[in-house]
Design a binder for this molecule. Sequence first.
Ligand code: PEP
Length: 253
Amino acid sequence: MKKRTPMVAGNWKMNKTLSEACELLESLKPELAEVSTVDLVVCTPFIDLPLAKDLLAESNIKVGAQNLHWENSGAFTGEISAPMLKELCDYVIIGHSERRAMFGETDETVNKKVVAALVVGLKPIVCVGETLGENEAGQTEAVVDRMVREGLKGLSQEDAKNLVIAYEPVWAIGTGKTATPDQANDVHKNVVRPILREMFGEEIGEGMRILYGGSVKPGNAAELFNQSDIDGGLIGGASLKTADFVGIVQGAL
Ligand code: PEP
C-alpha cells in the first residue's frame, strides 16, 4: 500500500482540436469510471478546457491547464491568467521542460507562476528535470536541487500541501527512453524528497506527491509506480490514446 494517493496526469501538449478532444474524453470517461484509488487529471490545451470541464463535471477525472501567466490581467497579448483558469480547471502544469527550452521559462518565472496559481486555489504540477548533457556531466542532482528550491521559493507549508512535483528527465520526454525505475526513484527519494522535507517539514515533505514523467507506457508504468517515491506519472504521448492512458492508470492501481 502506497503512503501517498497516486496520481496519473495526462499532458496533451499542443494536440486535440475540440472535436478530437470530445472524442478522447468521451472514450476515457467510461473506461476510468471505476477508478477511485488514483487521482486522475487531464491537462488539455486552453481552448479545450471549457469542453473538458463540462464533459468531466460528474466524473472522477479532474481538468488541468498546461501553463499560465503570473499577472492576473492586463496588456499581455496571448497569455492566460490564473483567475481565468480557476473558473475552468483545478490543476496547472508549470515549468514543463518544453516551456523552459522553447519559451524562455526560468526558475524565476516558474516561481512567479506557482505563486499566482496557488493564490487563486489552482494546484500546480511543477516540472523539474535535467537535460541529457547535464545528466551525462553528472549534474542531475545539482540541476534538480536548484529547480526545486528556486521554483518553490517562499512557499508556505499550506501552499506545499497543494503542490505536485513531476520529475521529468528531459532526455526521456517523448524519446522512448525511460529512466529505469531505480534511476527515477533515486532522484525522487534522494534528491527531491529530502529538499521537500527540508523546505516544508518532515510530514508535509513526506506527504507530497512526486510524479515521474518521460516515455511512460502501459508496459513500464506498474514497475515505475511501484517504487517507494514514485507517486504516479505525468504522461505525454501516451495520454493521447485511450487504451494507453487507461493501461497506465491500471499500472497505478
Ligand atoms: C510530458 O510531456 O510531460 C511527457 C512526459 O511526455 P512523454 O510521456 O511523451 O515522454
